[in-house]
Design a protein around this ligand. Structure first.
Ligand code: PAN
Ligand code: ZN
Length: 185
């Protein structure tokens, strides 16, 4: 795609957790998150039993140029792998000058941020607006056991995704089910 000449829109359908008018749909199942959870044996067992969807992403296409804005909806299902809540893979932006905004829409989530030896956690409730500064790795976790966590993201189209760095320098904080809530380890 070279340039966008006309304004456009999409609509998030709250009752169905679907973005109407999306261009790209991605789903990440238990099998896509091999090695991401602390208890890999349990993740594998769960995958063999039923390869559940952990999260879904609905995205609009824009040219990947400086000045354009990518945006998407992410829906993380409730669940856990031996107590560790379902979460996104998490990534850094290739372009370290690119920040991002997350806007909480439904459910209860946690945004975990990492920058070298520094960690931050932001609780994401409906209407929470979180700012992810340039350079910080970011991952989201659904900390509810019974409802999906839904959020909207917007970020510069020339950010790029660095998933490898999040594997080489893994997120050190894990988010675990604790009583009716969560704890961070
Ligand atoms: C988000 C994420 C989305 C899925 O739009 O890409 O929530 O998470 P992973 O990309 O870690 O699988 C974002 O941060 N974009 O830059
Ligand atoms: Zn991002």
């Amino acid at each position: 795609m070279d340039e966008i000449k006309n304004p456009f829109y999409s609509t998030f359908i709250r009752e169905k957790n679907i973005l109407e008018g999306y261009d790209v749909y991605e789903e990440r199942k238990l099998s896509d998150l091999k090695g991401y959870f602390e208890d890999e044996n349990e993740r594998f067992k769960m995958e063999q039993k039923e390869n559940k969807i952990i999260y879904r992403v609905y995205k609009k296409n824009v040219p990947l140029h400086e000045g354009e804005l990518l945006h998407c909806e992410t829906i993380i299902e409730p669940g856990n792998v031996n107590g560790e809540f379902f979460m996104t893979k998490g990534h850094y932006h290739v372009n370290e000058k690119c920040a991002e905004i997350y806007y909480g829409q439904k459910g209860k989530g946690l945004l975990v941020l990492q920058n070298g030896s520094e960690f931050k956690c932001i609780e994401m409730n409906p209407d929470t607006i979180a700012y992810i500064p340039a350079g910080w790795g970011h991952r989201t976790i659904n900390v509810s056991s019974d409802e999906p966590f839904v959020f909207f993201s917007i970020w510069p189209a020339d950010s790029g995704y660095d998933y490898k760095r999040a594997v080489v320098e893994p997120f050190e904080r894990r988010v675990i089910k604790f009583e009716n809530s969560y704890k961070i380890k």
